[in-house]
Write a protein of this length. Structure first.
Length: 150
């Protein structure tokens, strides 16, 4: 019987806490007719298409060695492979390190979680060729290669 009494008190405290805590909401405002929304300058566009896109690159941790990737292949740190959130498996990509201009061509064989900015997760061999193995992340340009380019 005592446990029911304690549960009842806990429930009442939770309800009172929610009722007494201030609720913050965003005010909704309609745009005035005739207001010029083009006055706000858009954010600088990311470089795309033939220039590729600028983003962040990291590399796989050692613990992922020999684990299955999203494509079914096993991850091999010595191969030039990568994970990307949207590019199809088998796509060949040129990755250029913006800090030192080193570049490498990798094949997408895995998925990584979607992020707000362009992102690629490289194998350790690719990170070593780009010169950032041991540093964690670096800024890169990601260029998708056409079939005839690769």
């Amino acid at each position: 019987m005592a446990s029911l009494h304690l549960r009842g008190r806990l429930i009442i405290c939770c309800i009172l806490g929610q009722l007494l805590s201030p609720v913050h909401t965003l005010s909704l405002r309609a745009e005035e007719p005739g207001s010029d929304t083009s006055a706000v300058a858009p954010a600088a566009p990311m470089a795309t298409d033939s220039e590729g896109e600028e983003g962040i690159a990291s590399y796989y941790a050692k613990r992922y060695e020999n684990r299955r990737t999203n494509s079914g292949q096993r991850y091999n740190a010595a191969k030039l492979t990568a994970a990307h959130p949207t590019l199809p498996h088998g796509t060949r990509v040129r990755v250029i390190n913006l800090a030192n201009s080193k570049e490498v061509i990798v094949t997408i064989n895995d998925r990584c979680r979607p992020r707000a900015k362009p992102f690629i997760d490289l194998s350790r061999a690719a990170a070593k060729q780009l010169g950032f193995l041991g540093k964690g992340i670096t800024r890169v340009r990601i260029i998708t290669l056409d079939e005839e380019e690769s």
